[in-house]
Design a protein around this ligand. Structure first.
Ligand code: BGC
Length: 757
């Protein structure tokens, strides 16, 4: 349980009726241009939608990613201050910055110099932590723990607020089935049920009970919608999708975030069935606001509005046309396209945009500013917030989160490590703290955690006084000193070896067609295996990567993802058995890149069974995943018995007895899956409908019950929600591929009109 100390808080939530009165009052006083001005997000750098720090700018200039002119402009530190006249004239509603000094200065101009003194929002990406970098969201999803997801978001919010951010472009809740898509690392996996829990938990963590308390931020769920389904796993690529699939898989996490009170949303870059999300009125107005009941405001993705014009999506003639279409479709704020500011007023005057729609957009934004308490407390309260930030406590949560994200994939008994044995640690990545960062480590401040956390595995082993030597005999690029590696492992009782991909190789625009281990990592694995020494392979990766060779050759395989600031300590805790691993995969791990997308909740086909050549599989790959969704081992064993499925009191109730038959305490994630046997359209072979996590002592047994509301058995055919009586199969199991098949029948269902809310 987290306890946050509120020091001298002078904040109080304003009642909604009062907020509404003040919003209407303000809108009534605003000129047309002031209204339009509120819908601009300013201060975006030429490279992204935020101020960059000096080092990043130097690097970009050296790599020729920005011109000399752009560089000089940006290092003058004035990317926000150059906006001063615009802010003073009321032509900005939000700023993009990661620096509190820049924010306070801009806010002062807004509050003191603009006619109506309307404070600014300040947005940036706080995806998996700020100063404290937590594991990537994808890694943390493997904890299957809503409370943890909420707590890490809450800490991120506090630290972000300290740096001047009051609005985060998170949670990223794009369901993703395709490991080739680099942004899979930013989200929470491939299951709509689990991702919906994560979405709601993150929103609650970011926003708290009361956003005006000065410690929380407004959340922005993204990217609406189905961004993760980009064709071929190629970032930004088009999506072709049936409406049923969209509704059953991709919309539910957004519906859950709306229900949790998410204040804003970011439509995605791509097009669905030909229409860019940015101007799909059907998606942004009818579905999101009409059906899902979203009442917050919509901000475009970075330059997404201008990307609808002729040379890009090609669905809008020019910026003016794009502004009209996107605004009328529902986007309220323009991030970095410069399309709304110069054009909306003219479009209103020309009758192409109604004043009612403009008032609606402005009101949505103002409401959030009131809810954040910005009119009363516009500035960053550095001193007050500093007292609440306890890096020791935050570091402890980062370590807990990293421990809980680790997934033990294979163990023939070599783990936990015997502290008396001589360990040889190999692989450059084991000594590279920067590679633990993860896709969105924007605030990465390792110096704050000196003496508190060890980020790379080598430092963590050193800190705990382990008997080990480290040999940097290969890296992930192609360097391999085979002789040095052979020599090092010859002296070992046990070898711990790191493999994977760089932190920067997952995330935005990091799609890869080949996910197999790069460079000469497999050769290194071969050398270690050939030595005959016990071999523990640790993986560092943002996305699931196919590692059949490691599965075959290593004695233990540990999925260490990109675990952030506490990666080294958490991995050492698990390797030495101080912590019993309990993470479970939230995506299938493919056997090879060529079988992506690989996901457990796919429908059966006409030829589903194995054992015949005429079946739906690749001839050169196994029919099952390398590791399935839900899978993960612990240092103990659990036995399932007495599994039952029945319909009781309007719910499907799955029960079983789980017993810890191993030698140490452990956490088991008992998973409830369902399959609709006969339906109007093919249904997934299994769908997760609930889970229960139990911590059991050795020898302890527990009755576990998973209740599934009947409504969640429904599905969509087009826009129609179908919930029919009939036969279902069910499993209460430790993963999506195992367990005893049960059966239940639903006799009658009370009419449900919609599956979306
Ligand atoms: C990304 C968003 C992000 C935005 C602002 C875009 O390129 O798609 O996820 O929030 O930049 O940084």
């Amino acid at each position: 349980m987290s306890v946050l100390l509120v020091v001298g808080s002078g904040f109080a939530m304003m009642p909604e009726a009062e907020i509404e009165r003040r919003v209407q009052d303000l809108v009534g006083q605003m000129t047309l241009q002031e209204k339009v001005g509120q819908l601009n997000l300013v201060g975006c750098s030429v490279i992204g939608a935020f101020d960059l720090d000096r080092k990043a700018l130097d690097r970009m200039f050296a790599e020729k990613k920005i011109t000399k002119r752009e560089y000089e402009h940006l290092i003058s530190g004035k990317s926000l201050l150059r906006e001063e006249p615009a802010i003073a004239a009321g032509n900005a509603g939000a700023v993009a910055t990661r620096r509190w000094e820049h924010f306070n200065a801009a806010q002062k101009v807004a509050v003191e110099k603009s006619r109506l003194h309307i404070p600014l929002l300040s947005g940036t990406d706080v995806i998996h932590g700020w100063d404290t970098t937590f594991p990537t969201t994808f890694a943390e999803s493997c904890a299957w723990d809503e409370d943890l997801w909420r707590r890490t978001a809450e800490i991120s919010a506090l630290e972000a607020r300290y740096e001047g951010c009051n609005w985060t472009y998170a949670p990223m809740i794009d369901l993703a089935r395709d490991a080739r898509w680099g942004r899979i690392a930013e989200g929470g996996g491939q299951d709509p049920y689990l991702l919906s829990l994560l979405a709601a938990a993150r929103v609650r963590g970011f926003q708290g009970e009361d956003m005006s308390d000065g410690r929380h931020v407004a959340a922005c769920m993204k990217h609406f919608v189905a961004y993760g389904a980009c064709e071929g796993g190629r970032d930004y690529n088009l999506v072709e999708m049936s409406e049923g699939t969209l509704r059953d898989f991709y919309l539910p996490p957004f519906a859950a975030a709306v229900k949790a009170g998410c204040q804003s949303v970011m439509p995605a870059f791509h097009s669905i069935n030909g229409t860019p999300c940015s101007h799909s009125k059907w998606l942004l107005t009818d579905v999101l606001q009409g059906e899902l009941g979203f009442r917050g405001f919509l901000v475009s993705d970075c330059q997404a509005i201008v990307q609808c014009t002729e040379e890009m999506h090609g669905t809008c003639h020019d910026k003016v046309d794009a502004a009209e279409k996107c605004f009328n479709a529902g986007i309220d704020m323009d991030m970095a396209s410069g399309a709304f500011g110069p054009n909306l007023a003219n479009l209103v005057k020309a009758g192409k945009i109604s004043m009612a729609r403009l008032d609606d957009a402005v009101s949505k934004l103002l409401r959030i500013k009131f809810r954040l308490g910005l009119f009363e407390n516009p500035y960053v309260d550095r001193e007050g917030l500093r007292k609440q930030i306890d890096y020791r406590r935050h570091g402890a949560v980062a370590r807990e989160s990293a421990q809980r994200s680790i997934v033990l994939l294979k163990n023939d008994g070599v783990l936990p490590l015997d502290g008396k044995k001589k360990i040889v640690l190999v692989g450059h990545v084991c000594a590279d703290a920067a590679d633990m960062r993860g896709a969105w480590a924007c605030g990465w401040q390792p110096h704050l955690f000196k003496g508190i956390l060890n980020t790379c595995l080598r430092d963590a082993l050193k800190a705990r006084g382990a008997d080990f030597v480290f040999t940097d005999a290969y890296d992930m690029e192609g360097r391999l000193d085979a002789e040095a590696l052979k020599k090092a492992v010859a002296a070992a009782d046990v070898v711990v070896a790191g493999f994977g991909e760089h932190s920067g190789q997952s995330g935005e625009a990091q799609s890869f067609a080949k996910l197999e281990l790069r460079g000469r990592q497999l050769e290194a694995a071969e050398i270690i295996a050939a030595s005959g020494k016990p071999f523990v392979a640790v993986l560092f990766n943002g996305r699931p990567i196919p590692v059949p060779e490691l599965k075959a050759k290593a004695n233990a395989l540990v999925e260490g993802w990109h675990l952030g600031m506490a990666a080294g300590d958490a991995l050492a805790d698990v390797l030495f058995g101080d912590v019993n691993p309990s993470g479970r995969l939230t995506c299938d791990i493919p056997n090879a890149s060529g079988e992506c997308p690989r996901y457990y909740n796919r429908p059966n086909t006409g030829r589903p069974a194995a054992g015949s050549p005429w079946t739906s599989k690749y001839r050169d790959l196994p029919i099952v995943s390398l590791y399935p969704f839900g899978y993960g081992l612990t240092y103990t064993k659990f036995a399932y018995s007495n599994e039952k499925a029945e319909v009781r009191g309007g719910d499907v109730v799955l029960t079983c007895e789980v017993k810890n038959i191993g030698a140490r305490e452990g956490r088991e994630v008992v998973q409830g899956y369902v399959h609709d046997v006969l339906a109007r359209v093919s249904r997934p072979r299994r769908e997760l409908k609930g889970f229960a996590a139990v911590v059991l002592k050795p020898g302890e047994a527990r009755e576990v019950e998973i209740r599934i509301p009947l409504k969640s058995l429904g599905y969509h055919v087009g826009s129609e929600f179908v919930l029919e009586p009939g036969r279902y199969f069910a499993w209460v199991a430790p993963d999506s591929d195992s367990g005893k098949r049960l059966e239940f029948t639903v006799d009658a269902v009370v009419g449900e009109k919609s599956g979306m809310r």
